[in-house]
Design a protein around this ligand. Structure first.
Ligand SMILES: Nc1ncnc2c1ncn2[C@@H]1O[C@H](COP(=O)(O)OP(=O)(O)OP(=O)(O)O)[C@@H](O)[C@H]1O
Ligand SMILES: [Mg+2]
Length: 293
């Protein structure tokens, strides 16, 4: 008893010190968040984007993440309602950057982007982003059940809708075989499912939204080829009346695009349909040949 009386307070003191240390670390992070510069406010009297049709125009856009280095130079693009626009190019060419600009995660340095003839700077960010459904290169999953993760963008989604989306994304049979099914809790960093499964979940999430524009940035890069083909079939229905921006390294997946932007080092070096670009025997032709010959 004496020995316990003696060691108890010492242990307690040690515990308190470690708790103080972790609270200091947490406080430091809280202040780091508070000191982050906030996003530039929406323009004065910004409009809500309503009844989206899906016409997108990019005019003379230049952009760099830092002043020293321009990444996108003088980009022009016209997408009609329901068009499929593919963006291809080597790693680091600036494909994801174009998507970041469309969603207005960053503001352009020069030029302008229009949706249905509204410059996106004059729209509220919320309504702009609601107009898109997206599957991005880095998938994100939050701590919560599978059901909640799929239903994320649609607050009133029913179980049937979620299951239908999961079926279309070819993840339903996996979920069904889990002991808790759709109530399985995923942890924040998504450590308890594979990368491909994470991608399928985010695809199901996008399928549930009924947005007029769709962005797929390497959406199926971590999925096996057979599943990829099945998803593409399901995607085709989903994409039917939407304006789609698709980034793919596997060129076989984008041959039917209305317009292919070939990006290299931030410049759009070529633009056109698959057959036109093949006839040209330029950058796209070489890229294609390197994958198939
Ligand atoms: N947040 C950022 N801040 C600064 N520079 C960035 C940022 N994101 C990307 N870059 C730079 O912009 C360039 C283009 O990047 P981007 O992500 O658009 O490439 P990508 O074409 O999508 O490549 P990948 O095929 O690998 O996805 C790269 O050189 C990269 O270093
Ligand atoms: Mg990218």
């Amino acid at each position: 008893m004496y020995s316990r009386k003696f060691s108890g307070p010492i242990n307690e003191a040690a515990n308190i010190i470690s708790e103080i240390q972790s609270s200091l670390a947490a406080a430091e992070r809280v202040f780091r968040v508070l000191h982050e510069p906030s996003e530039v406010a929406d323009a004065y009297q910004a409009k809500e984007l309503q009844n989206v049709k899906g016409k997108v125009a990019i005019e003379n856009v230049s952009f760099g993440y830092t002043k020293e280095k321009t990444i996108i130079k003088n980009l022009n693009l016209n997408a009609k309602e329901g068009n499929l626009i593919a963006i291809v190019g080597p790693t680091g060419a600036g494909k994801t950057t174009i998507i970041n600009l469309l969603m207005r995660f960053y503001d352009v340095n020069e030029g302008a982007i229009y949706i249905d003839d509204n410059e996106i700077k004059d729209l509220t960010r919320e309504s702009l982003r609601k107009a898109y459904a997206m599957v991005l290169q880095d998938t994100w999953i939050f701590g919560g059940t599978i059901y909640e993760n799929i239903a994320y963008g649609k607050k009133d989604a029913t179980m049937e809708e979620v299951v239908a989306a999961a079926k279309a994304a070819r993840i339903h049979s996996y979920i069904k075989n889990l002991p808790l099914g759709y109530d399985t809790v995923l942890n924040e960093d998504g450590m308890n499912i594979s990368k491909g499964q994470k991608q399928l979940l985010t695809i199901a999430r996008a399928m549930l939204l009924d947005a007029k524009m769709l962005i797929l940035d390497e959406a199926t890069s971590n999925v096996d080829t057979r599943t990829e083909i099945q998803i593409q079939k399901a995607m085709r229905n989903l994409m039917a009346d939407k304006t789609c921006f698709v980034i793919a390294h596997r060129l076989s997946t984008i041959q039917s695009a209305d317009n292919i932007l070939v990006v290299n080092e931030g410049n759009v070096v070529e633009q056109g349909t698959h057959s036109n670009l093949m006839k040209k025997r330029g950058f796209y032709y070489r890229l294609y040949a390197s994958q198939f010959e």
